[in-house]
Design a protein around this ligand. Structure first.
Ligand code: TYD
Length: 210
């Protein structure tokens, strides 16, 4: 079977981790070797960077600072986890990747697309996803879900509503600009309905690429 790099993206509260776990179980039963990973994180150095980025109450962190930290974590992640798994023929399911930087630090944080592409080129070495799923939902719904469990609320979740609206708009623009590599899924629905769509989309994609 051919390796696949499948990325889940979207604004807060879309339930990416639940959907990834369900999909991973499904694909494993179907005989795929699956690797589940996430950003920021996925390596020891990435996990340490994640703490700096998300656990601090430092509301004044610049978008540029965030972008450098995220890119540093991504470079290590691509090198240590993603590329080796793809070389082994695995299906890699990644919770966020470069489009999150475009949407959050670009759309929300105001960094220019050119500056971000320059960082991405270094961090990813040109590795792009085979398929991207955008779990899209209204900002209000997503943030309300997120704030139901205050222990999971991180520094970025606490950004103002307008920031999150810009992030969502940026994701939608990215997905609409490249419809062949994105599928937009309405994540405001029940977990089961979303999961049906996720599994159907990935299955169709895998059949297309054998
Ligand atoms: P996490 O707790 O994993 O949230 P989620 O379940 O929404 O993915 O926190 C990741 C946070 O980091 C999230 O608020 C989005 C943010 N982020 C960026 O701002 N830029 C990025 O490039 C990435 C990968 C994440």
């Amino acid at each position: 079977m051919r390796s696949q790099f499948i990325v889940f993206e979207g604004p807060e509260g879309g339930g990416k981790s639940t959907q990834i776990a369900r999909l991973a179980t499904h694909l494993t039963i179907e005989g795929h070797e699956v690797v589940v990973t996430r950003e920021p994180g996925g390596t020891p150095v990435g996990d340490a960077i994640r703490l700096v980025l998300l656990e601090r109450d430092d509301d004044v962190m610049l978008a540029e600072t965030e972008a450098f930290l995220l890119s540093a974590a991504r470079a290590q992640h691509v090198h240590d986890v993603i590329r080796p798994a793809l070389r082994r023929g695995c299906v890699v399911l990644c919770d966020r990747y470069a489009d999150s930087t475009r949407a959050y630090q670009g759309g929300g944080g105001g960094m220019s697309a050119d500056d971000l592409e320059c960082l991405q080129r270094i961090a990813t070495g040109g590795l792009t996803p085979d398929l991207r799923l955008l779990l899209d939902l209204p900002v209000e719904t997503g943030l309300a879900r997120r704030h139901q469990d205050p222990s999971t609320v991180n520094r970025i979740d606490r950004a103002e509503r307008a920031y999150h609206e810009q992030v969502r708009d940026a994701f939608l623009r990215l997905a609409r600009a490249e419809p062949d590599s994105w599928t937009i899924i309405d994540a405001s629905r029940s977990i089961d309905l979303v999961s049906d769509d996720v599994i159907r989309t990935v299955r169709a994609h895998l059949l297309d690429t054998v």
